[in-house]
Design a protein around this ligand. Structure first.
Ligand code: DGY
Length: 431
């Protein structure tokens, strides 16, 4: 029995797991899962991949359906959009008319951290050798490959090994302090708009208005460029090699290589192997040996962005194998954890940017803990992995399955009854 089992108790654990299943079922809109009711009323890309893994713990068929419905939104160039607007409702801004992308069903025009190869492997493992699951994985494989080819072709046109994100939303960590610099060099939209998020969630927990004005400016700029990837790459004021996204991409590509062993051709396996070597060199170029951390890079100015965020630890999930490097990252993460009651915070609690309640500027996210905990365990850092798992359980027990949590008080923040938090419970923390 672990320490968390002792504090939480096995009956409480089962009750929590049942509640997590209930949340994923309630947020099912018929073959796809919304992140939470009202605040996010469509299918989001990386949310769905996490949900698929959570759902696979109790319903394999429905887990495959989650990934299949996400790929209904895939563009012909391979891009997997960050939102698929299966059924349009007006509780969210910016809706499909703001994106102006020509796809049926309607979608946004940017992507999000790729986790579908990882999710496919996860579901396959859970399904054992079941034939129907193998068929569904085989059908998904070329779509996932096309998506990775898109990242390589359109978001790393100079073959540096690092892909760039062209919108803060594409990183998944919308209002990370790391984006403050490039966003200050991005114009504000001249369009007046009505944010729906701050009507649903306290504004102190959400991105600020000045950031939203730039988020919308970028959407309008790209819409004006007809979502043409090479023009977007050339003309954007916001282009960053986010260490977090690159690490998640590397993990997904590793899982894709494993899928290619079963479902791919020799030429595809070769292409993925040479891409992996290139990515490794790219990631290495983000390592700062003086500060012993990974920093993202601004691809417009070419400058490194020396603000440490949780993303600097994500190479533990995908990208880092060197023991000494792992030990350095683990020591730094331990330092962050020593400064808070519940880890892992998205920013160091003693950093000037830390804001304990505001979205990606401080709060704890269960899916981040899952990625870090999995990476730490894989590298043999069992104590630290256990600390993250125990903290995640305690947060779920204290305040349910919230979007994120205050690392100093444990208070649940943002949206409630949140799908990917429930999925993180089922597939990892409450297992
Ligand atoms: C939001 O609306 O807050 C999303 O994170 C953007 O996709």
């Amino acid at each position: 029995m672990t320490q968390a089992d002792e504090t939480i108790g096995l009956d409480d654990l089962s009750a929590l797991r049942l509640r997590a299943v209930e949340i994923l079922r309630n947020n099912d809109r018929g073959g796809y899962t919304v992140p939470t009711d009202n605040l996010y009323p469509f299918q989001w890309n990386w949310d769905s991949a996490f949900c698929a893994m959570g759902i696979a713990t109790f319903d394999i068929d429905r887990a495959w359906a989650e990934l299949e419905s996400l790929y209904v939104g895939q563009w012909s160039n391979g891009m997997l959009p960050h939102i698929v607007f299966h059924h349009v409702v007006d509780s969210y801004y910016p809706g499909p008319e703001v994106w102006g992308a020509s796809h049926a069903p309607q979608t946004s025009g940017i992507s999000q951290p790729p986790l579908t190869a990882t999710a496919t492997r996860f579901i396959l493992d859970r399904a054992g050798g079941e034939t129907r699951s193998r068929e569904r994985a085989a059908a998904l494989y070329p779509k996932i490959l096309a998506q990775h080819d898109w990242w390589a072709r359109e978001r790393d046109p100079d073959s540096t090994g690092l892909v760039g994100v062209l919108h803060p939303w594409e990183s998944g960590a919308d209002n990370s302090p790391v984006w403050d610099g490039p966003l200050k060099g991005t114009p504000a939209t001249k369009t007046s708009f009505n944010r729906r998020d701050v009507a649903l969630v306290d504004a102190t927990m959400r991105p600020r208005q000045w950031e939203y004005e730039r988020y919308i400016y970028l959407v309008e700029l790209y819409r004006g460029l007809g979502w043409d990837g090479s023009r977007m790459w050339a003309e954007t004021p916001f282009k960053v090699a986010d260490v977090g996204l690159n690490a998640i991409l590397m993990r997904d590509e590793r899982d894709l290589r494993a899928l290619a062993e079963q479902f791919g051709t020799a030429a595809e396996r070769e292409r993925l192997a040479s891409r992996a070597a290139q990515r490794q060199r790219g990631l290495e170029s983000l390592w700062d040996s003086a500060d012993r951390t990974y920093y993202s890079r601004d691809l417009v100015t070419g400058q490194r962005m020396p603000i440490a965020s949780y993303a600097g630890f994500l190479p533990l999930w995908g990208g880092v194998d060197d023991k000494a490097r792992v030990a350095q990252l683990a020591a730094e993460l331990q330092r962050w954890l020593d400064l808070c009651a519940f880890g892992a915070p998205t920013m160091a609690p003693n950093s000037p940017e830390f804001d304990q309640r505001r979205y990606w500027r401080g709060p704890v996210w269960a899916i981040v803990n899952w990625m870090l905990g999995d990476g730490l365990a894989r590298h043999g850092c069992d104590d630290l992995a256990k600390r993250l798992r125990d903290d995640t359980r305690r947060l779920m027990e204290l305040d349910g399955f919230c979007e994120y949590y205050d690392p100093l008080t444990g208070e649940g923040l943002g949206g409630g009854a949140f799908s990917w938090t429930a999925a993180a419970g089922l597939a990892w923390a409450l297992g």
